[in-house]
Design a protein around this ligand. Structure first.
Ligand code: SAM
Length: 340
C-alpha cells in the first residue's frame, strides 16, 4: 500500500464554507451535526462510543440483519462491476462487509467512501482496502446537506487516469445510507438522496428505531443509548474546542416532537453562567439561562421509514428488522422521475 492517499474534497468543506456554517450554528444556537465529527479527536471519540453502544457492533442479531440485506442486494445486482457509494461512511465497517460479500460473489468492486470528516473518510478507506484494490477506491469529503453537484462529480473519474473509470450508467450503483437519517431534517436530506439514486440503482438504508407498538414508550427505552458518559464527552468536545468550560453549564437530554409526527432525542447545553465565544472578529455571548442545541436524533418506526421514503420516490422493496426492534435495514430501488 502506498504512503499517500488521493482524496477529493468538495468546496462544501473548504475552510471558508466550514467557517460560514460554524458561525451560522452559533448564531442559530443549533449546532450542525457535522461539527461533531470535525477533528481527529472527535472522530476517535465517536468511533469509541459507536463500538460501545452500536447494536450493529454488539448485537449478533443486528449484525445478521445487515448481512441478510447485503446478500439480498448482491443477489439483485446482475452486473459484474459494482460501485458502492457510502454516504456518511463513518469508519466504513458496514460498507466493507458489503464490499467483501459483493467481491465473494465474483463482482469487481469500486468504492467511494464519502463523509464530511476527512478522518472518517481515511479510516473507511483504510478499512476497505482489505477488500477493494486501492485504484478502485475514491475517497470523497463533502457536506451532503449542501452538495448539489454530487451526480456530476461521481461521473468524473477521480483521481484521473489511475484506473479504468467506472462511469455511472455503466452498471448500477449501490448507495448506502447507514445510520444517517436520524441526524437530518428529512425534508433537507431526502430530496438529495433521491436524486442520487438513479432508477437502476439500489439503496441500502438503515435507521435506529423506536421499538414496540407504543412510540412514546419506545423512545423512553432508548434514551440511555444517548444519555451516557461516552456520548456526553463526545458532544462536549465541540464546546471544549470553543473555550466553553465544563463548569459553564449542563448537558441535558430530552425527547421532543419533531416534524412529520416523528419524535427525537435532543441534547441541549444549558449555560449557568456567562460565556463569550470569539471566532475571528465574531463574538457570541451566552448568559446564564441560555441554551444551545448540540444534537438531535430522530427515531423512526418501520412504517414511518417506508412512508417518508415513498414521499420522495424511494420504494422499500425489502426490510430486515432486528429482534430488539431497535434497528432496521431497508433495500430500496431508485427514485422514479416523479419522486425527484
Ligand atoms: C451516525 S454516523 C454513521 C456512520 C456509518 N454510516 C455507520 O453506520 O456506522 C454519521 C456519519 O455521518 C457523517 N456526517 C455527519 N454530517 C454529515 C454531512 N452533513 N455530510 C456528510 N457526512 C456527514 C459523520 O461524519 C459520521 O461519519
Amino acid at each position: 500500500m502506498s504512503y499517500t492517499a488521493h482524496i477529493t474534497i468538495h468546496a462544501s468543506q473548504f475552510p471558508e464554507n466550514v467557517r460560514r456554517d460554524l458561525l451560522e450554528s452559533l448564531r442559530q444556537r443549533r449546532v450542525n451535526h457535522k461539527f461533531h465529527y470535525d477533528s481527529v479527536k472527535q472522530t476517535q471519540k465517536w468511533l469509541a462510543l459507536h463500538q460501545a453502544y452500536s447494536p450493529a457492533r454488539n448485537d449478533a442479531d443486528c449484525r445478521a440483519i445487515y448481512e441478510k440485506s447485503f446478500m439480498a442486494a448482491a443477489a439483485q445486482i446482475k452486473s459484474r462491476r459494482v460501485h458502492v457509494i457510502g454516504l456518511g461512511c463513518g469508519g466504513g465497517q458496514k460498507d466493507t462487509r458489503l464490499l467483501k460479500l459483493l467481491r465473494n460473489h465474483g463482482k469487481e468492486v469500486f468504492y467511494t467512501p464519502c463523509d464530511v470528516s476527512t478522518a472518517m473518510v481515511l479510516t473507511a478507506r483504510q478499512t476497505a482496502l482489505a477488500v477493494v484494490p486501492e485504484k478502485n477506491c475514491f475517497p470523497f469529503v463533502c457536506d451532503l446537506a449542501t452538495t448539489d453537484d454530487f451526480q456530476k462529480i461521481l461521473v468524473t473519474p477521480h483521481p484521473p487516469a489511475r484506473t479504468k473509470p467506472l462511469r455511472r450508467g455503466e452498471g448500477p450503483s449501490l448507495v448506502t445510507f447507514f445510520g444517517m437519517i436520524p441526524n437530518f431534517e428529512p425534508e433537507q436530506i431526502l430530496p438529495r438522496l433521491a436524486s442520487l439514486v438513479r432508477p437502476k440503482d439500489f439503496l441500502l438504508f438503515s435507521a435506529n428505531l423506536a421499538a414496540g407498538k407504543n412510540y412514546a414508550a419506545g423512545m423512553k427505552k432508548i434514551l440511555p443509548q444517548y444519555d451516557n458518559p461516552l456520548t456526553r464527552d463526545w458532544l462536549r468536545s465541540f464546546l471544549d474546542d470553543l473555550g466553553v468550560k465544563r463548569r459553564d453549564g449542563d448537558l441535558r437530554f430530552a425527547i421532543e416532537n419533531g416534524r412529520f409526527g416523528l419524535k427525537r432525542v435532543v441534547a441541549n447545553f444549558h449555560f449557568r453562567r456567562s460565556r463569550r465565544i470569539e471566532i475571528g472578529s465574531e463574538t457570541f455571548n451566552f448568559k446564564g439561562g441560555d441554551a444551545i442545541r448540540l444534537f438531535f436524533s430522530y427515531r423512526y418506526t418501520p412504517e414511518r421509514v417506508e412512508k417518508i421514503l415513498a414521499k420522495y420516490g424511494l420504494e422499500v422493496g425489502s426490510q430486515w428488522i432486528a429482534k430488539s426492534g431497535e434497528e432496521g435495514v431497508f433495500l430500496c430501488s431508485g427514485a422514479s422521475e416523479e419522486g425527484r
